[in-house]
Design a protein around this ligand. Sequence first.
Ligand code: ATP
Ligand code: MG
Length: 468
Amino acid sequence: MPSPSDHFAAAALAAGCPLDQMRHFVNAGVVLQPRQLAASAAARLCDRPDGPTAIGFGGARGGGKSFWLVAQMGLDDCQRFPGLKCLLLRKVGKSNLEHFEDLRRRLFPRLPHKWNTTEAKLTFANGSSIRAGHYQCEKDIDSYLGLEYDIIGIEEATTLTSRKYHDLITINRTSRPGWRPRVYSTTNPGGVGHAWYRSTYVTPFQQHQETDTRFIPATVDDNPFTNVDYRRVLDRLTGWQRRAWLHGDWDIAAGQFFTNFRRDIHVVDHFNIHANVEWFAALDYGFNHYTVVLLGCRDSDGNTCVMAEHSARGWVPERHAEAIKKMLERYQVRLQPRNIYSIALQRFVAGPDVFARNSEGATIADQYKKFDIYLRPAYDDRVNGWAAVLHGLGDPDAGVRPTLFFHKNCTRLIDCLPNLQHNPAKPEDVLKVDTDEDGIGGDDSADALRYLIASRARTITAKKLHGL
Ligand SMILES: Nc1ncnc2c1ncn2[C@@H]1O[C@H](COP(=O)(O)OP(=O)(O)OP(=O)(O)O)[C@@H](O)[C@H]1O
Ligand SMILES: [Mg+2]
């Protein structure tokens, strides 16, 4: 009959853990759970020159995140590499030390080490160490910034802003030949860092496009050691907290505007474009910001699908026009009808800035006109526009059927929608957000969607507008 250690070895092998890593855990008498083992296997990928440099684990409450983080750093990394310097960061002072002390007693009873309470530093016999750092507010982190750490472990990473996270990465460097610096983080959805964490770790994982990062999801169901009372607390949660903390759903967070968006329902890989369809497009203009163009299609049952998106920044209209035409060609949709059999756009709308006249009386719409793209003003009432999008999403949880869907290729739009927040000063409106320096985030795609969906009733013709 297989023994518990046989079971562990089989699970570790299945997760991709190398033998020496498995041995480190066995020697310490610690049995990691399958998701924890998968995270540890991912941590070892950081050794490879082309491997990731940041591992995210968890994404829901009670999944064994804190246990894994200290186990991976202390039992595996610190043991195999003498003199390694690790920093374990967590928000809120006192409980951090108690928490770490608790894990230290549970994880390292078999490993000789020294624990210095004043410095909050644990040092193993081979000189490797873990410093348990904490911060009440972000500026406390600055006191760590002059130093150098081979591994930085961040607990509850969404309590950090993107800027602080990037500050921390600057001290994740090494002078130890053969060691590749890395960041391990654990977290739950929600918090000030929800959006950057989601786009840095979770979205690349969902889209199978991970390069520098690996994200290993784990929920309370992956951790049989969670105590029953904690499990009961999680079971009693409702609303966004239930979806986020119990199920690890990153498409939801406190203050989220489109709480009725469900990736598994609204994102589709097929939409029947053949019978009785209407095609239409919308443009949200930007130069430093993104210009986003969405192509929509409506079927005879009143379902709308956003079939394709084009987004780029720093481009002149000529270049956009070319990309837009290529996008339409893929669906054999023309800008203008050639004959009664050809399929053409019913309308192509754009936000108001496209029609503002410059000092010479010209508009951006005029520039697009040169490339046969006749834009007309979109319906631009924000509150009613968002309401139209909300209406289209339906309410799947309450059995209200959606009529608005997104083709899975529209990744920027799909990524943007769940991030949008209520404007605290006007809750029925979406809070405006700009893209960061790396082009991440921003609400340009959502504005284009609002124009696309809410402009259906408008009847101003392109010809009339352009004086043709
Ligand atoms: N492999 C394991 N072996 C034994 N106990 C474990 C293991 N993994 C986790 N646990 C225990 O399960 C409980 C929950 O784990 P942990 O605190 O690491 O979860 P968490 O995801 O950090 O939770 P939270 O979301 O509350 O921060 C703890 O009591 C922890 O000691
Ligand atoms: Mg924890």
